[in-house]
Design a protein around this ligand. Structure first.
Ligand code: PXP
Length: 244
């Protein structure tokens, strides 16, 4: 199982003062030293954390690979095609949200836009993933776009875990979605809201090949340093897989 670390919130701290520290480019080096298999950044249209400069420098400095999260807009897709990172994950974006709130809604006209984005990005030799809710309809719609992978939204699972109710139901939903995704020929990733406490059951799902984790790791890094925080998360994933 691959662990990709999302370093957006290193940039959030920098942008709180619009200064030049902490630098997500320096964080990425330490994240890789800590054992991450990839570095994820979300270049939002409002540029609230990661900036274009960050993505361009990360493309030159990251050794594992950059997973670029973007909305399926013309401008973002053009940038992704130009930069050709290791992978692009298409996510929904809403300016008012604090964080990505739900998976892509692939119904109606949206499907055409997402399908065109997937085609353009794959033509540039870049792997694609669609961030979707762990539901059968979304998985079938995702498969129809021609994407290589899906990233299952684990936010509902994380919320259920936090309030102490319903986590087994949400875990079952993720398990079923992961199995369906594999049977549809999709690579299955997962992420959002995963923490040191709630990650092990998700990491035990055999069909999930990649986790994208950000906030919890950056939070712990305030106390422990980011390299140690990544290593601790990686150890949990490896133990969960070994014991599954
Ligand atoms: N995956 C996707 C598609 C996301 O948008 C995010 C958050 O931006 C994450 C994973 C990471 O979520 P978290 O920061 O809660 O670990």
């Amino acid at each position: 199982m691959r662990l990709h670390i999302n370093i957006d919130h290193v940039a959030t701290i920098r942008q709180a003062r619009r200064t030049d520290e902490p630098d997500p480019v320096r964080a990425a080096v330490l994240v890789e030293q800590g054992g991450a298999d990839g570095v994820t950044v979300h270049l939002r249209e409002d540029r609230r954390h990661i900036q274009d400069r960050d993505v361009r420098l990360l493309m030159e400095t990251v050794r594992t690979g950059v997973n670029l999260e973007i909305a399926a807009t013309d401008a973002m897709v053009s940038l992704a095609v130009e930069l050709a990172p290791m992978a692009v994950t298409l996510v929904p974006e809403n300016r008012e949200e604090i964080t990505t709130e739900g998976g892509l809604d692939l119904g109606g006209g949206v499907t055409d836009r997402v399908t065109a984005a997937v085609e353009a990005i794959r033509e540039a030799g870049v792997r694609t993933a669609l961030f979707i809710d762990p539901d059968p309809d979304a998985l079938h719609q995702a498969r129809d776009t021609g994407t290589d992978a899906v990233e299952l939204h684990t936010g509902e699972y994380a919320n259920a875990w936090r309030v102490g109710r319903g986590a087994p139901v949400e875990l079952d939903r993720l398990q079923r979605a992961a199995a369906l995704g594999r049977s549809l020929g999709l690579d299955v990733h997962a992420g959002h809201g995963l923490t040191y406490e709630n990650v092990a059951p998700v990491a035990s799902i055999a069909e999930i090949e990649e986790l994208n984790i950000g906030h919890s790791v950056v939070s712990r890094s305030v106390f422990q340093g980011i390299e140690a925080a990544v290593r601790a998360m990686k150890t949990i994933l490896m133990n969960a897989r070994r014991d599954a």
